[in-house]
Design a protein around this ligand. Sequence first.
Ligand code: CAA
Ligand code: NAD
Length: 285
Amino acid sequence: MTIKRIGVLGCGLMGSGIAEVCAKAGYSTMVREMEEKFLDQGMERIRRSLSKAVDKGKLEAGQRDEALARITGTTDLEALADCDLVIEAIVENVDEKCSTFADLDRIVQKNALFASNTSSLTITQIAMATERTERFVGLHFFNPVPVMKLVEVVRTLMTSDETMQRALDFVNSLGKEGVSCRDNSGFIVNRLLVPYLLDAIRAVEEGVGSIEDIDKAMQLGCGYPMGPLTLLDFVGLDTTYYIADIMFEEYREKRFAPPPLLKQMVQAGRCGRKSGRGFYDYSTD
Ligand code: CAA
Ligand code: NAD
């Protein structure tokens, strides 16, 4: 079965990026949000990103328009019924993901593949909400999706060889590089990245240096494109908090424990760039 129609669940930071790269690669893309206002915001993000690529000479205006014409927004889950692959990028919460997939399993044609973009939950626990566990994989994209080359392709004990191959071929068709990994919380990248980011927050808590100096030190000292606190604002502090909580629950190791400052910033609504304020102030951007 050829993959032609893609369903994307969630049009937030990641869902909008995933919908954009699918449409750019020629796939007919249906993106589902909970409310029209979130859909409008996500579609606007896609339009801006594609137009920026045109301004930089990386895309022709006609290609942008064609990609936009391939994307349909909806708030209706039933609209994903005839998709060949559904990629989920909703909030990092196991109950939300499982209940959405259980509903989708009843709606979407039986041969379609399901994929989750979860950062820290195991694919196994999400797949078990469906009756198509052999056609369920992890497709973990990186932020910003249009720029980052990697997708982790995650295999559970139940994923079939055919599903794994089709998922890797699909990743290639987007112009991305896949790495295969076994299903474990955080896969490869977040297993290594999350303790580093959380340690940067602990460094702030302990007054090791200012926010700016901690970022500058890691950027200029290690050649990282962004300092860790800038990256945390970029990923979203709410999302990072959910990820840390899930990974700590899974491994019971201190390195994954969410620092109190992270929790307080989320409680205070300082979720990073997307909320206008995190470690830095973006209100004038
Ligand atoms: N959408 C599309 N294109 C974008 C973009 C976006 N949101 N942001 C930047 N770009 C493009 C720019 O257009 C630019 O393209 P050209 O070089 O062709 O002109 C290129 O990316 C570089 O951008 P800038 O010059 O504006 O800025 P920069 O050099 O600082 O790069 C960056 C921006 C690519 C985001 C870079 O800072 C970077 O790589 N940061 C680290 C990102 C990272 O680590 N991501 C992983 C997060 S963890 C994760 O995703 C997993 C998880 O589960 C939490
Ligand atoms: P986000 O908060 O920007 O977006 C999530 C969106 O999902 C929201 O717009 C919300 O309205 C929508 N949503 C919630 N329930 C829904 C449902 N049932 N159907 C459709 N839409 C629904 O979050 P994000 O940063 O895009 O993260 C989404 C997923 O991607 C999470 O699992 C996260 O762990 C993962 N992820 C995030 C990053 C990152 O850097 N932010 C990187 C890789 C993976």
